[in-house]
Write a protein that binds this ligand. Structure first.
Ligand code: ATP
Ligand code: MG
Length: 561
């Protein structure tokens, strides 16, 4: 575990199973789990749930967790995905130590086990086409029918399998199938394929293999090789558990894993499938896998989410077998809570309006001390420059202000935080009639933001010095989809449900000068505005910030009408 300490994990049904097994004297060598992504895309927040569960159990029960690339499909997998997955697992705070494996590491052993099945009459080479196999599989109510090749002799099967491996046959001409029962009520038990021919190079094994084992055969045996005690997967694999167990029952293994299923997590206004996320990237609906609107871990990181916030989120949603559709606000609250505690405060003006203090000396510059955090003195303070010309946010001024508008208006007095009381004396307009500048006066007696006569003002505004402020580009994000469940209506293309207002860019914001040295990924609270972080595209001459999440309750918001 890295920097980010974690809260105590509440119990769940899987922990209870493990605890009762340990109470029965089992798992004396510790439990073993695995996180088994297929490297066919970047990891998303759903995978974070699986990682927190698998790595979390290993930590809490003094066990071990493998990071295993489930790489049996060479056509869809790539080294780019492998690298991104490693980066994301580490970033989330998990350490696989020396337990980085690939299903493809086990291809030789898997091949031997397939031969063992053939030798025992438990598998056969089927030469039907893919369509013929599908057509003979039957339905939920009808049994399937036996392949005519089911009666091939062991010797013939062994010879054909060897030739498949040697590359003698084209793709799709033969498959190796388990010989179980074509009338089994569970379709997964109707002689499933366990090896297929695919003349494609593999990102890990190159051209060494032209036959690849199927997921259903590979997974239980990879678990057995690694000594996995609890193979935790999502509920759609429940129907495959009988085949998982069949494989383990029919080859020679020394350690037997157990499969336990839990429900997948879905997030409102989002999608959670690498296949569909790949479409968003390929169709240029987003700027890439790390677009800050994406539910990927790389997108959330670029958006300013912290590993701690994501892990707290996973703790909060828990692990059950019940459907898990989570409101977007649950995730947003987790990052807001974390940043509220840990992000330094700074002044930034999103929509600048110039303000000139007419009775303030032309050349004077004062430095005011500003707290980096209102309730954490350990985070220290910084100096911010103040001078005659400032910027405030346009939203903080109203010409015809109602009584309850506790910000600036002609003739009204407000506090500039940390600085002085000012009163608006006049409004300047440009040739189009728009307000271009405010003229004010200040009370020199109110230095530090307190009047010696004890007079109060209702509004406190943030500001930046016009002479010292830096220009910044600020990217604000909203939910990626317009629909809470973009996949619910199958007649609609989910790509058409993308929220056209999900990204808005402000190019002329003004931020306090200290931000010039802020490094990529660093998070801040822009006081009274929200939480922001430095985008990787940011440079000292062109600062770029991403809005992570809005503020909900801020000291400024209380004062808004
Ligand atoms: P995807 O459709 O996004 O590719 P997957 O399940 O095919 O999902 P894998 O790479 O096989 O993706 O996932 C690795 C692990 O993460 C698996 O154990 C899987 O069950 C788990 N996982 C994937 N998505 C979720 C989710 N939304 N909630 C919880 N666990 C998930
Ligand atoms: Mg998948």
């Amino acid at each position: 575990m890295n920097d980010t300490s974690k809260s105590v994990t509440p119990t769940n049904f899987i922990r209870q199973i493990i605890e009762s097994e340990i109470a029965d004297g089992r798992h004396t060598d510790g439990i073993v789990t695995r996180f088994p992504p297929e490297p066919n895309g970047y990891l998303h927040i759903g995978h974070a749930k699986s990682m927190c569960l698998n790595f979390g159990l290993a930590e809490d029960f003094a066990g071990r967790c493998f990071l295993r690339f489930d790489d049996t499909n060479p056509d869809k997998e790539s080294p780019e995905y492998v690298e991104s997955i490693k980066t994301d697992v580490r970033w989330l705070g998990f350490n696989w130590e020396d337990r980085l494996t690939h299903a493809s590491d086990y291809f030789p052993q898997l091949y031997d086990w397939a031969v063992e099945l053939i030798e025992n009459g438990k598998a056969f080479i089927c030469s039907l086409s893919a369509e013929e196999i599908r057509a003979s599989r039957g339905t939920l109510t009808e049994p399937g029918s036996d392949s005519p090749y089911r009666i091939r002799s062991v010797a013939e099967n062994l010879e054909l399998f060897e030739k498949m491996r040697a590359g003698d046959f084209p793709d799709g001409s033969h498959v190796l199938r388990a010989k179980i029962d074509m009338a089994a009520p569970n379709i997964h038990m109707r002689d499933p394929a366990i090896y297929r021919i695919r003349h494609s190079p593999h990102h890990n094994t190159g051209n060494r293999w032209c036959i690849y084992p199927m997921y259903g055969f590979t997974h239980p045996l990879s678990d057995a090789i690694e000594g996995v005690t609890h193979s935790l997967c999502t509920l759609e694999f429940e129907d495959q558990r009988p085949f998982y167990d069949w494989v383990l029952d029919n080859v020679t293994i020394s350690k037997r894993p157990r499969q336990i299923e839990f429900s997948r997590m879905s997030l409102d206004y989002s999608i959670m499938s690498k296949r569909l996320l790949t479409m968003l990237v390929d169709e240029n609906c987003v700027s890439g896998w790390d677009d800050p609107r994406m539910p990927t871990l790389s997108g959330l990181r670029r958006r300013g989410y912290t590993p701690r916030a994501i892990r707290n989120f996973c703790t909060r949603i828990g692990v059950t077998k019940n459907e898990q559709q989570i409101e977007a606000s649950v995730l947003e609250n987790c990052v807001r809570e974390d940043l509220d505690k840990n992000a330094p405060r700074v002044f930034a003006v999103m929509n600048p309006l110039k303000l000139v203090i007419e009775n303030y000396p032309q050349d004077r510059v004062e430095q005011f001390d500003a707290f980096n955090h209102p309730n954490n003195p350990e985070m220290g303070s910084r100096q911010i420059p103040f001078c005659r010309e400032l910027y405030i946010d346009r939203q903080d001024f109203m010409e015809e202000a109602p009584k309850k508008f506790f910000r600036l208006a002609p003739g009204r007095e407000v506090r500039l935080r940390y600085a002085y009381f000012i009163t608006c004396t006049s409004v300047i307009r440009n040739s189009e009639g728009q307000i271009s500048e405010l003229r004010c006066s200040y009370d020199p007696e109110s230095r530090g933001g307190h009047a010696p006569d004890g007079r109060k003002v209702k509004g406190t505004l943030h500001w930046v010095s016009a002479q010292h402020a830096l220009d910044a580009e600020v990217r604000q994000y909203d939910r990626l989809f317009q629909d809470a469940n973009p996949l619910s209506d199958r007649s609609k293309d989910f790509l058409e449900l993308i929220n056209p207002d999900s990204k808005a860019v402000i190019t002329n914001s003004k931020v306090e000068p200290g931000l010039i040295s802020a490094t990529t990924g660093k998070s801040f609270q822009f006081e009274r505005v929200g939480y922001f972080c430095v985008d990787p595209e940011s440079t000292p001459s062109h600062l770029v910030f991403n809005r992570t999440v809005e503020l909900r309750d801020s000291w400024g918001k209380k004062n808004r009408p």
